[in-house]
Write a protein that binds this ligand. Sequence first.
Ligand code: SAM
Length: 348
Amino acid sequence: MNNIFSLIDKLEREHSLSLNEYEALISSYTDETAGYIAEKAVAARKAVYDDSVYIRGLIEVSNICKNDCLYCGIRRSNRECERYRLTPEQILQCCREGYELGFRTFVMQGGEDAYFTDERLCTLISDIKSAYPDCAVTLSLGERSRESYQRLFDAGADRYLLRHETADELHYSKLHPQELTLTNRIGCLRELKDIGFQVGCGFMVGSPFQTNETIAKDLKFIEEFKPDMCGIGPFIPHRDTPFRDHPAGSVDFTCYLLSIIRLIHPPVLLPATTALGTLEPNGREKGILAGANVVMPNLSPSDVRGKYELYNNKLSSGGESAQRIKELSDRMESIGYKIAMTRGDIKL
Ligand code: SAM
């Protein structure tokens, strides 16, 4: 046990461990080790961001997707999913509403929907940036070509979120159809970084076939890649996917991993995800108390929110909704944090 505490101290000091050490840390998860590392993670986060929590307005632009990821509720072969796509006008209206509520980052996320060509996206991005030059635009639209990423960047997009999902090749192949590969996913992440985006990777906690060994590889990848953002949240099964009978990941174990990631890369922007809040009413507060510093309330039009169902019972109203920002702000204040109404760029 003492060994584990000294491993945590080493991570805090050196921001790096070997694969075996990461695995030892993961398998030594207990309430006691989680408490110890959370304290260090919170101190590391406060040293960079003080008591600020950044907010992002999430706009779920389309649930139409050409991919067939086995875990995802909006996968191509789910016939039960009622499909929708927002028009550029609707997306701009979300930004307008979000700006008035105080948001200074808009995240456009969606399935890989062929409607969103480079041309359409570039027009949309430059419209948003000229209407709101003090805002950051984040995209989370999956895998595209290098040329496409370059065009989106040139049009004014600032950040790109593309979870790597798992850094283990075999595990990747069990979560995805054959045409999707880890090599391509990582290639996209490297290109995005190279182009100049602030880049986010990440993975689900408790996804089917995940092991301590695969998580150790995820942590090593994060250590080496040094993402600006890192989205991790529990896997939650969806009734119309092949993984319907797999158990959900754990909130507390996700929080343990959030603390580890904060110590690996102290300035990383680390969201307390919707999936955390879906599994437990105070899941996002737990995430913040473990070292996260970002929350992403939903700005999508209310009539489509239920349709962007990546997993069952996904939160889309209450404190999750951008319109209830006061409630979110009260929740954060009750645990000693303040929502910052700024772009919230990474502080390197
Ligand atoms: N299409 C884009 C992409 O591939 O990055 C963005 C949308 S995708 C639905 C966003 C993220 O949702 C995925 O990276 C995945 O980690 C997460 N996700 C999908 N299904 C999930 C599930 N059943 N439980 C938890 N998270 C899930």
